[in-house]
Design a protein around this ligand. Sequence first.
Ligand SMILES: *Cc1c(COP(=O)(O)O)cnc(C)c1O
Length: 380
Amino acid sequence: MKIKTKVIHAGQEPDKTTGSVIPPVYLTSTYRQEAVSMHKGFEYSRTGNPTRKVLEDCLAELESGSLALAFASGMAAEHAVLSTFRPGDHIVACGDMYGGTYRLFEEVFKPMGFEFSYVGWEASEFTQSIKENTKLFWIESPTNPLIRLIDIRAVADAAAQKRIRVVVDNTFATPVFQQPLQLGADLVIHSTTKYIGGHSDLIGGALILNDREWYERIKFIQNAVGAVPGAFDSWLMLRGIKTLAVRMKQHEENALKIAAFLEEHPKVSEVSYPGLESSPWYELAGRQMSGFGGMVSFKLKGGDLDLANKFFKKLKVIALAESLGGVESLINYPAVMTHGSIPEEKRLAIGITGDLIRLSVGIEDHGDLIGDLSRALSSL
Ligand SMILES: *Cc1c(COP(=O)(O)O)cnc(C)c1O
């Protein structure tokens, strides 16, 4: 089945008792048992819930994996994965990544004795950072907020030789445009808050993998800690997923036009979007992605916080807000907003400078979006 069909049908069959085409929302915390330990697969909704199960089956199929777990947030999913490692274990991650992930690593796991190294976007940098105790490579591609790409297959090949596991945060690309498990990754993670949910109306996370033993360990942690999504949020995610393929196509179509517009604009000094032929990641995108996605970042010429604020104030359609991946366009100032939790020195070293703007291109009319940007830029 192609992804366009999977997003509508994966994990879902008409309800056996009523024929309901859409999976019911099982708003229940517990399940009647026939006798002690005799139940129909569900005992208590922290451990498992039928609506959540449909979502997990759907996500597994979308990522071409066999097993999936849904969480209350992307961070909860990340926390559960990290919890399967031990103090003394070394993890290599790309430095250019979601600020909250960096905070989880540095402020929660590092004090427990975990070791972290941060590298750039070249596969060789991951290989060069390998130590005796290296257990995991953590990749985001495209990266957040600089929209660079990492060669997932090259990193996975290097990792496999040393029995190092590879996690790919696939939030930006979504399974519609990138299938990390097919490229050799061991586990895919999502903030389903973003494109998967797609409507900026929920917080959620998920992970997908094929290794049953690792899955069982993560599932044990999920149940022991309890950061699970409710049935209604699971249902909202399933509803959002129905249009994931058409939304991604529209996000990309708009992003391509906007990136091309920004690239030509005299008030813009730099644009990062893998779909631009001038992008250093254009060729790699063609190899490992089936689309370029809807995230664009750019730099305002001579930009700082004041200039950025002046620019944001003039925008009428595009909203200044945290988050991304919704149907509406959102713009963000990474240095203070999404990546404010990274110390300034580190932030600047990665390239998250004061002139950087990140744009999550929505599915509105592209002419209206370009008009909005054009008006605001010419006021600077
Ligand atoms: C938002 C985000 C997260 C965190 O997910 P939450 O759902 O906000 O907890 C992780 N990774 C990426 C790339 C994100 O954009």
